[in-house]
Design a protein around this ligand. Structure first.
Ligand SMILES: [Zn+2]
Length: 217
């Protein structure tokens, strides 16, 4: 009987949670926010290298989530800081390769609903910093654009993806640490679970958006 009671309380609690939090998603604006710009517009330098993984099937869902490659859209200050990092890296014969930048809110929602492991994807009840245009997923390449060895690929989950992972090859750890150092120097902070995900220092000053750049292309 006591067990039944405990079970009932658990179920009530569970449903209460679901009702109160489970269904309540944000409803961000679909208009283009004024804080977003195309990252290449800030410098006359050669274009930032990008290979947006959600604009292809080369991602953990193996689905194309961006119908067209929209280019690298970011919040203004974030874009400027990222171009500085790319400039810094050239002195060492390196470049940035962008895997993702601004991401519309509805894509975050889709990723969450379809992810086999919800612990590793942004919860749509809070939104992702990518939706604000202040987060970027990046790796390093040489000057010819050939990616350097890193501890994991994009969107790997688990211990190997953390920025403090001590396994794998020494070269991969060195490359990861160089990336973290140059990004940190320009005001970015690495995510505790994903060595490739960086957020700019002003991230929470900007609103979450569901503007879909490819709709206007
Ligand atoms: Zn990210």
């Amino acid at each position: 009987m006591r067990l039944m009671k405990a079970l009932l309380i658990f179920l009530l609690f569970y449903f209460f949670q679901e009702i109160n939090y489970g269904q309540v998603y944000l409803a961000p604006n679909k208009q283009k926010p004024s804080h977003l710009i195309q990252a290449d517009s800030v410098f006359i330098y050669p274009k930032l290298l990008s290979e947006l993984r959600y604009a292809s099937e080369d991602n953990f869902l193996q689905e194309k989530l961006y119908p067209q490659d929209p280019g690298v859209w970011l919040e203004k200050e974030t874009a400027r800081a990222l171009r500085m990092v790319d400039g810094d890296l050239r002195n060492y014969g390196l470049r940035l390769l962008i895997w993702d930048a601004y991401r519309p809110y509805s894509v975050t929602q889709y990723l969450y609903e379809n992810s086999p492991n919800k612990r590793y994807v942004a919860d749509p009840r809070r939104g992702s910093v990518h939706n604000r245009g202040s987060a970027v997923d990046v790796t390093l390449t040489n000057l010819e654009g050939v990616p350097l060895e890193m501890p994991t690929d994009f969107d790997a989950f688990g211990l190997k993806a953390t920025p403090v992972y001590l396994g794998g090859s020494e070269v991969s750890r060195q490359n990861r640490n160089v990336l973290i150092r140059v990004m940190t120097h320009r005001g970015f902070k690495v995510n505790a679970g994903e060595w490739w995900h960086f957020e700019f220092k002003n991230a929470y000053q900007h609103s979450i958006s569901d503007w879909r750049p490819w709709d206007g292309l």
